[in-house]
Design a protein around this ligand. Sequence first.
Ligand code: GLN
Length: 284
Amino acid sequence: MTYEALLKIAYKKTNTHNKEEEAAKLLLMELSNQEPHQFFTNLKSEVPKTLEIDFLNKLDQYLVSNIPVQHLIGHSYFYGYKFKVNQHVLIPRGETEQLVEHVLYYYDKYFIDQKIIVLDLGTGSGCIGIALSLEEENMNVTVSDISEEALKVAKDNQHDLKANVKIIQSDLFENISDAFDIIVSNPPYIPDTESVQDIVSKEPKVALYGGLLGVDFYEKIITNSKNHLKEHSLIAFEHGFQQKQRIFEIAKKHFPNAHIVQVKDLAGKDRFTFIGLGNVLDLE
Ligand code: GLN
């Protein structure tokens, strides 16, 4: 059977299950170890039988058991880098790439050419901290997480991507002593009572849920961050689209003189809060 014919069968299945054709295409492309341009020029060639069987089997796991395709292929892409993922970490999201973009932008505006230290709290796969350290060599990055299993994944990613980041196991600031120039975090922010799609439920609960209103981690991080921030410094958060106001209030309460900037994601949803201390963000 050709790749084209196999995809046709796969698309029929995805449509009956109300799932995404794109996911099936990605799965086949990744399992065949081809780059996109090769894959599309080879559509009329024959699929090796073992690959066909493996693909249909994994496709069923996606369609019937709701296993995310990224878990089936074992990796995902973030900021142009290939990150290993598994059931112990959140699959990196597109919004989080925008968080990285904003942090790099603020670095250029407020810290340019300075060697700074950065903390990525609740790093999961390591995606935020590793991407930052690869993009900006002046950033000396520490990544931390409460989950040992997640940190194993972060360690593999650090190794595979040759990133120079320090990895610390810590429940928020528990094992962290430094004061940082930038603290960045995309903590779990789904309210405990909210239900998620079946496919999201295959990701670790510890990475998804953030208390009754979903703001517990922001509150804990802000409340405990004072001794971990330099005089001129930045906190950069990703959050849920209904949490903008609450996070603003928590930040104002603990840092009455901070410059607070809140930004929407590309889908137009309130998604990021930046808290600047000292002169950071004073030009916004
Ligand atoms: N910081 C990681 C990410 O953005 C993990 C986030 C989480 O587990 N909530 O993917």
